[in-house]
Design a protein around this ligand. Sequence first.
Ligand SMILES: [Zn+2]
Length: 101
Amino acid sequence: MTDPGFDRLRTRGGTTSRAAPLRVDPQGRQSLYSVSGQPPAPGALTISCSSCRERSVVTPRQLVLLALPSLHLPFVRRGHPSWMRCPACDRRTWVKVVLTL
Ligand SMILES: [Zn+2]
């Protein structure tokens, strides 16, 4: 008489407590970390490189050094309008400079 009742309670509790955290956790955290590996500080300059796909955070002084010489064609090159040295792959290539506020 009491056996079937216990069986039902066990299977129910086991499945719900296992399934819930597995679904919610990994996706939420992974998407957070992949978008911003290291969140740049306010006022930081980020260089997105078109050839190595790397994002480098530089100081305004570093940017001036990297941008000598440089070209800026915002109307011709929409994705990466600036031609200058990339600090990640050390090549002169098309990059996008973003100022984080
Ligand atoms: Zn690069």
